[in-house]
Design a protein around this ligand. Structure first.
Ligand code: GTP
Ligand code: MG
Length: 206
């Protein structure tokens, strides 16, 4: 628990509200998705980029979402309900950097169907490892999102592993490449940097 956020006013209320998170269920097909019409935010990104860890950090929980150093842990669309406001959807990760140059990204049918047809999907968070700027498969997804038309942001993960100047360079590159990109969040699930800011953004948007 970050006690600094428990003291006083608006910040504390926001913290309590946004960390009231429950795991709903894994969904393995589009037919299983919730039908209650609640807004959704999707977390997409490469395997191992830190999607599940980010959800834990936002919820201020240690192992609400299962994380692993073995890539490919999350295989379903996993629904987490933040207060009564929105679902954060943890998605299966796409291929490794190593495969990217030789293989085309194969969007799993479930993920593609979800992203293109889901009306209640209000915002897409594309998670990008702060250490790896411009990876081919990340860029393909970003270009797809750029053309797609739904609001999207990039979340740089694992910023505890890079320098401020690396982050600045990465950010400049992304800003220069994508016009429809709303925000770039700089986060670490390890040190919790940037987590409060992202929480604030999500609660304000939804
Ligand atoms: P898949 O479910 O396989 O797609 O992976 P994921 O994107 O959900 O990644 P996950 O959250 O499981 O994290 C992968 C590994 O990265 C784990 O070993 C985490 O501990 C580590 N990790 C995640 N976020 C951070 C971070 O901010 N800093 C550091 N240093 N390590 C992190
Ligand atoms: Mg995961």
């Amino acid at each position: 628990i970050d006690y600094s956020e428990e003291r006083g006013g608006l910040q504390a209320r926001l913290f309590r509200f946004m960390t009231n998170v429950t795991f709903i269920r894994p969904c393995f097909s589009l037919a299983e998705l919730p039908k209650d019409g609640l807004a959704e935010v999707a977390c997409i990104g490469r395997s191992n980029v830190g999607k599940s860890s980010l959800i834990n950090a936002l919820a201020n929980r240690k192992d609400l979402a299962r994380t692993s150093s073995t890539p490919g842990k999350t295989q379903s669309l996993n629904y987490y309900k933040f207060g009564d406001t929105f679902y954060l959807v943890d998605m299966p990760g796409y291929g490794f950097a190593r495969e990217a140059k030789t293989k085309r990204i194969e969007w799993n049918k479930l993920i593609e169907g979800y992203l293109t047809d889901r009306e209640v999907l209000k915002h897409i968070l594309l998670l990008v490892d702060a250490r790896h700027s411009g990876l081919e498969n990340d860029m393909m997804i970003a270009e797809w999102l750029e053309a797609f038309g739904k609001p999207w942001s990039i979340v740089l993960t694992k910023i505890d592993k890079v320098t401020q100047s690396d982050i600045a360079k990465h950010e400049k590159f992304l800003r220069g490449t994508f016009q429809t990109l709303m925000e770039i969040w700089k986060t670490s699930a390890e040190t919790k940097r940037g987590i409060r800011e992202l929480r604030g953004f999500l609660s304000a948007k939804l």
